[in-house]
Design a protein around this ligand. Structure first.
Ligand SMILES: [Zn+2]
Ligand SMILES: [Zn+2]
Length: 359
């Protein structure tokens, strides 16, 4: 079922083995519409964001192993060009513009799915990890889990919302905070952080941005952070945060860092009843926090992992209304190797979006 002309081969960034290099192939096969299973759809991608998780998958440095060979990517936006035959009750149709997030599919029937924790489904399919992702021109995805992109929100502006945006949006949503509360955002000037500032502001939170350098300071303050702490200049981050909040400490922190120190500090600078949202996914680091003070202060430590279908729709909707904007640079798919080098060196400001039409 398709009115689109679909080629047999395409451009794709393929990882043959973890730790090895990425190969940009021009003759990678495209799944023919007749070979789509019920519930599957073929999406012609316009662009895809590049996320740190894609680098972890390519390096294979996580406790979980990806499929191999692997096509990474989980921040894709494109048009549905075909839907598998015998698909019933599809919430989307051919011609719709949709986004593909980390959680590509889940069973929708198990306890985790029924309770809205689709990302914890034991049958979850992960884009660019357990199924091929969005670093290709045509990706197979799943009608129940693709995210409709509202008209008026450009595809390249939507791309990074699908992972970075959804991830911080959900963490803030479940942070047990109210309008007027203080939220600390370590790494506020980075890919996740700069979106977290904006989503926190949408919810009326007062933001303390922690990061380093004049450029990030300017960005954070421009996006609405009320206080700025440069972690390289600060002699005592915990004390500085307490001072910034009138001595009592912050109500919540959303920690996206890969280093365990970011989590330990949070227990110290949160006020009693505060909530630490753990969001980063370092492969090895352990959370070391004072049990004594966690108990005495009644601190909640919660993990938050990407988002479900509803979180994705809400995060995209806020962006579509212009309240959150991704700072990104656009590059061709062929630049992916170079983008990974930049991620390793920590030199990428904001996000990178790969444009499939760029040569
Ligand atoms: Zn991601
Ligand atoms: Zn399930």
């Amino acid at each position: 079922m398709s009115n689109f002309t679909i080629p047999e081969t395409q451009k794709a960034a393929v990882v043959a083995k973890t730790g090895g290099s990425i190969e940009i192939k021009n003759d990678h096969p495209v799944r023919a519409p007749k070979d789509l299973a019920p519930g599957e759809c073929l999406v012609k991608l316009e662009c895809s964001g590049a996320c740190h998780t894609d680098l972890h998958a390519a390096l294979g440095d996580w406790p979980l192993a990806p499929k191999l060979p692997l096509i990474g990517g989980h921040e894709g936006v494109g048009i549905i060009v075909a839907i598998g035959e015998h698909t019933s009750k599809s919430p989307v149709k051919v011609g719709d513009r949709v986004g593909i997030k980390w959680l590509a599919d889940s069973c929708l029937q198990c306890e985790q799915c029924r309770k809205g924790r689709e990302q914890c489904c034991s049958e979850a399919k992960l884009s660019g990890f357990t199924v091929d992702g969005t670093f290709q021109e045509y990706v197979v995805s799943f009608v129940n889990h693709v995210t409709p992109i509202p008209e008026g929100l450009p595809s390249d502006e939507a791309a990074s919302i699908l992972c970075a945006g959804v991830t911080v949006y959900r963490a803030i949503k479940y942070s047990q905070t109210e309008a007027g509360d203080w939220m600390v955002l370590p790494g506020a000037g980075g890919g996740l952080g700069h979106l977290a500032i904006q989503y926190a502001r949408v919810r009326g939170l007062r933001v303390i941005a922690v990061d380093t350098g004049a450029e990030k300071k300017e960005l954070c303050l421009k996006l609405g952070a009320e206080k700025w702490i440069d972690f390289k200049e600060s002699k005592d981050i915990v004390q500085d945060i307490r001072d910034a909040t009138g001595g009592q400490g912050a109500h919540s922190a959303v920690v996206t860092s890969a280093a365990s120190s970011g989590y330990t500090q949070a227990v110290d600078y949160l006020r009693p009843g505060g909530t630490l949202m753990a969001v980063g996914l370092p492969g090895q680091a352990k959370l070391e926090a004072s049990i004594f003070f966690t108990v005495l202060k009644g601190i909640s430590i919660l993990g938050s992992y990407v988002g479900n279908r509803q979180d994705a729709r809400e995060a995209i909707d806020i962006a579509a209304r212009g309240q959150v904007k991704v700072h990104f640079v656009s590059r061709p798919l062929a630049d992916l190797k170079d983008v990974y080098e930049g991620m390793k060196a920590g030199t990428i400001a904001g996000r990178v979006v790969l444009d499939m039409s760029k040569k």
